[in-house]
Design a binder for this molecule. Structure first.
Ligand SMILES: C[S@@+](CC[C@H](N)C(=O)[O-])C[C@H]1O[C@@H](n2cnc3c(N)ncnc32)[C@H](O)[C@@H]1O
Length: 521
């Protein structure tokens, strides 16, 4: 998490402690968006930047009541969008950059566009329960439609423009040659950014006629259309010649369609590729659990509510659809924001991306862990005291084959760690038996993906059997795994190194946070 952008409370509440607070934070999460929308409606950030920085001046400029405005500003201050210095209001760096109309990086209209989608969210229960989609409020006139369409195109363009550098950094490792086709390219900023990296390549921006017209108004400078042919049409019917393009882009396109149509449109795009051509899909994928693990699933609901048949498709489905039409070489990469890229064809890296060590955190979350973090064996803190704490302080001492005094001594653990180069820490909650099963599932997934040395360490006494046999011979060594602390891992310090502040259970209703470890090589 970027330290200058505070996390929202519902992102940081620890359900293991004060569980109801997490729910209360979720219940009031919409307050945050409403505050941002109101501040943008009143254009507060722009007025502050223009010098209306004292409450009376600002209230005057924004046409607001000073006392009420002061209360809104207090919340904006809590959300770190503004600061107060000696009675003057000052924008935060993010607000100055993205929320001031005069800024070259202004995104306020994009954020306000999010509000257009909001009314339908209040119909979520109906949408999930009733067979018919609630009716769309009618658009009153052509002028309304035009304004709305232009806002939409401009908003999408602002967002993809910000994401382009990261998408480019993924594409830069691949070799491709033009021409490029940007399917549903909106105002064209992604294709434009990609073309700039290939000074001789040309491109086609393809979208519906009204979107192309809006794109021309949004980017009036002829230089923005250099080497780009804009073509208006409907991709479901347009007669492009097969084998014409070296790179086909589908950015935020497939989610406008249901499963069957999306699959057909993807297959149609593959046919347009030249031999060795690449396809780049940039979208929200509900099964990608990277930096914003919840966003793809939320976006899918947004599509369900706000489009006719739209859905965010899982990246693994898209990889399967590509495979079915003969595109075997695929990588999936999460951006540092909330979307991901699937790059396929050409001589793209191969596999499904799981050879990328960072992918293991996604796999772990998918298996059901609350959180997962990559670390290295060198960052696993070992000491003598954890095992001694088991000896003096645990009522189970001496009763479990995977715990002291039978557990792996810390010296053996240190030698073992030296034989590995990667490690994944996972976090979970009771019951311990479920946590253990997840660990075994993660270890097995690693084994099957070609990590023969994969070895999991659990949390607390082994839960495989109700109790260890009296003859001390483990009946299930294939399932039993050593506990981290039992072998001398300082779990608090190790978790602290990946940014997990563990706390002892203090209050009734709190539960212990389990931490497990997977060693990989
Ligand atoms: C969410 S926008 C994405 C725009 C841009 N690619 C981006 O990533 O910001 C989806 C675009 O796909 C276009 N689109 C959807 N279906 C289409 C179709 N059948 N033919 C052409 N364009 C289509 C829409 O008009 C819209 O501009």
């Amino acid at each position: 998490m970027n330290p200058i952008i505070p996390a929202l409370p519902f992102q940081t509440s620890d359900p293991a402690h004060k569980q109801f607070q997490y729910l209360e934070d979720l219940a009031t999460a919409y307050w945050y968006s409403e505050v941002l929308f109101a501040a943008l409606d009143l254009d507060l950030f722009s007025w502050i930047e223009r010098g209306a920085d004292r409450i009376d001046k600002l209230a005057d400029a924004a046409g607001s009541r000073p006392e009420a405005l002061a209360r809104l500003l207090r919340v904006l201050k809590r959300t770190a969008l503004v600061h107060a210095i000696d009675g003057r209001w000052v924008n935060s760096p993010q607000a100055r950059m993205f929320l001031v109309v005069e800024s070259a990086d202004y995104m306020g209209d994009f954020f306000l566009y999010r509000r257009y989608m909001q009314p339908r969210w209040s119909l979520l229960a109906e949408r999930v329960s009733l067979p018919d989609r609630p009716r769309q409020p009618p658009i009153t006139s052509d002028a309304d439609y035009r304004t709305r369409n232009e806002q939409y195109v401009r908003s999408m363009d602002r967002l993809v423009r910000r994401k382009s550098p990261e998408i480019l950094s993924i594409l830069e490792h691949e070799s491709w040659r033009g021409p490029l086709l940007d399917v549903g390219g909106g105002a064209g900023s992604l294709g434009r950014a990609i073309l700039k990296t290939r000074p001789t390549a040309s491109g086609v921006l393809f979208d519906l006629a009204e979107v192309i017209r809006a794109g021309r108004r949004i980017h009036p400078c002829p230089g923005d259309w250099a080497r780009t042919l804009s073509v208006a049409g409907d991709f479901r019917r347009h007669p492009f010649a097969s084998g014409s393009f070296g790179l086909v882009i589908m950015s935020n396109f497939l989610h406008a369609y249901g499963r069957k149509t999306a699959r057909d449109l993807l297959a149609a795009a593959v046919i347009l590729l030249r031999p060795g051509g690449l396809i780049l899909i940039h979208d929200y994928f509900p099964d990608r659990l990277g930096i914003r693990p919840h966003k793809g699933a939320f976006y899918d609901l947004n599509m369900m509510l706000n489009t006719y048949e739209g859905a965010c498709h899982e990246s693994r489905d898209i990889v399967g659809w590509l495979d079915a039409v003969g595109v075997k070489r695929v990588v999936v990469r999460d951006l540092e924001t909330d979307t991901s890229v699937i790059l396929a064809g050409g001589d793209v890296g191969g596999g499904d991306g799981i050879d990328d060590p960072e992918e293991w955190t996604s796999v772990a979350r998918e298996i059901g862990f609350v959180d997962a973090a990559m670390t290295t064996p060198a960052d696993i803190v070992t000491a003598h005291w954890p095992a001694w704490k088991c000896r003096f302080g645990c009522k189970g001492y001496g009763r479990h084959r995977q715990c002291p005094p039978y557990a792996m001594p810390v010296e053996a653990l240190r030698s073992l760690l030296a034989e590995y180069s990667r490690a994944v820490l996972v976090q979970g909650s009771p019951p311990g038996r479920d946590f253990h099963h997840r660990l075994l599932a993660l270890e097995r997934a690693a084994l099957l993906k070609g990590f023969p040395k994969a070895l999991a360490f659990g949390a607390g006494p082994c839960t495989v059997c109700d109790r260890c046999p009296v003859d001390d011979v483990c009946r299930h060594p294939e399932k039993a795994r050593p506990a981290m602390e039992a072998c001398g891992i300082d779990v608090y310090a190790t978790a602290g190194r990946v940014g997990w502040p563990l706390r002892p259970v203090r209050d009734r209703g709190d539960w212990v946070t389990y931490v497990g470890l997977l060693l990989l090589e």
